[in-house]
Design a protein around this ligand. Structure first.
Ligand code: DQA
Length: 146
């Protein structure tokens, strides 16, 4: 199963960015964790990060064309980007939305994600382990489809 792990703005700064909120794992370590989990589960995992909204929309279009599964941390775009939500709604494979922090226990403006209504499921507040759990879930679905 092809899986895109897509990350929105500022997530490239993981490891130095608000370590008390997002933890000490660097973005490079996160990429390594997702790739290692993909290998372990037999998933074809591609990990990407962008600070440019149009780039994320393009990657979501590609995932839709390929009927691929997506693990998406839309970061700040979660809270206001209708363009990202609409691109997510085009997907034809499962979409797991991941947030490293518990968005419900922070500022009020973070509690609502415009993406969640079009996601298959949402994981938040479990740190970078959320990505590993999302990939495990997708592997289970891939098994069920066989
Ligand atoms: C985040 C939460 C968002 O509110 C924030 O803008 C991020 C990261 C998370 O992973 O916890 O950049 O999506």
């Amino acid at each position: 199963m092809r899986v895109y792990v897509l990350n929105g703005p500022n997530l490239g700064r993981l490891g130095t960015r608000q370590v008390d909120v997002y933890g000490a794992t660097s973005y490079a370590d996160l990429v390594g964790l997702c790739e290692a989990t993909g290998r372990e589960l037999g998933l074809d995992v591609t990990v990407r990060q962008t600070d440019a909204e149009h780039e994320l929309v393009g990657w979501l279009h590609d995932a839709a064309d390929e009927r691929a599964a997506v693990v998406l941390n839309p970061a700040a775009w979660s809270h206001y980007s209708i363009a990202v939500r609409d691109a997510c709604a085009l997907l034809r494979g499962p979409l797991v939305e991941v947030h490293i922090s518990n968005i419900h226990a922070r500022e009020e403006f973070r509690a609502h994600s415009v993406v969640s209504a079009v996601a298959t499921g949402v994981i938040c507040g479990l740190g970078v382990d959320g990505y590993r759990l999302a990939l495990h879930h997708l592997a289970t679905r891939a098994d069920a489809a066989r």
